[in-house]
Ligand binder design. Structure first.
Ligand SMILES: [Fe+2]
Ligand SMILES: [Fe+2]
Length: 254
């Protein structure tokens, strides 16, 4: 009864934290969240509350609450075992295919939002590009990086208007930050501009709840255009391998 009354008095964040503490007590490892997971919900300057020291070790690898990754993961393993819903990505890629885009563009569409779906949302175009950069043609990662900026600016020559959904999401008066405007200006005059623009064109109409696309549809495109590292994605020595490892082991203490 008393515990029930305490829980009833808690605000949602406290309740979530209590549930999490209960779950951690069941885990045989202590999990400490990265600051960025909760920054904003809590003041990041405050020390993170630690569970009482019961002699447990800290999480230093696989988190048993997540499906285990194979020893040598591929990008498809991340799609299947670590990413959130990916229909948007696969629908975009299929639409690009239907519109006659090259395989490189199809791959760019398939990967364009992987940061949103598996890593970090804010500035997702930059994060997504950085994740895939060592493994794809430079034009593919370039296109992914700049779709971040281009999506805020119309290009009527290819039938791309400012998305209606952004007015709803961000308000009529939303103005992209100066760094987005700068990157838009830069991208507009670049030889790969249209590759990036094609991501936006195929992105916009890719939210159909009734269409179900399977990742296997893109096995060949991935096989031909994504250089799978021999050691497994995350265990190679590329400049973004650690980012893939973080998705594999998101609760690793150090
Ligand atoms: Fe995006
Ligand atoms: Fe998208």
């Amino acid at each position: 009864m008393a515990a029930g009354r305490i829980i009833a008095r808690m605000n949602p964040l406290e309740r979530a934290e209590a549930a999490e503490r209960a779950m951690m007590e069941e885990l045989d490892r202590v999990v400490v969240k990265s600051v960025i997971y909760t920054s904003g919900e809590r003041d990041p300057r405050q020390p993170l509350e630690r569970p009482p020291d019961t002699g447990k070790r800290y999480m230093m690898g696989h988190d048993p609450r997540l499906p285990r990754m194979p020893a040598k993961p591929t990008v498809m393993d991340y799609f299947n075992l670590r990413f959130g819903p990916t229909q948007h990505l696969m629908q975009s890629a299929r639409l690009a295919q239907k519109n006659g885009a090259s395989e490189k563009i199809v791959l760019a569409c398939l990967l364009h939002d992987i940061a949103t779906t598996g890593f970090i949302r804010g500035d997702h175009g930059y994060w997504s590009a950085q994740l895939v950069e060592p493994y794809v043609d430079p034009e593919v990662s370039w296109a992914i990086r700049y779709h971040q900026a281009l999506r805020f600016f119309p290009d009527e020559s290819v039938g791309y208007s400012y998305p209606q959904s952004y007015i709803k999401l961000f308000g009529e008066d939303y103005v992209p930050e100066p760094y987005i405007q700068r990157d838009y200006q830069y991208a507009r005059d670049h030889k790969w501009y249209m590759s990036s623009r094609l991501i936006c064109v195929n992105d916009l109409y890719a939210f159909d709840q009734n269409v179900r696309v399977e990742l296997e549809e893109f096995t060949d495109v991935i096989g031909r255009h994504f250089k799978q590292p021999e050691e497994g994605l995350g265990f190679d020595a590329s400049p973004s391998a650690h980012m893939w490892r973080t998705m594999m082991w998101p609760t690793k203490y150090l």
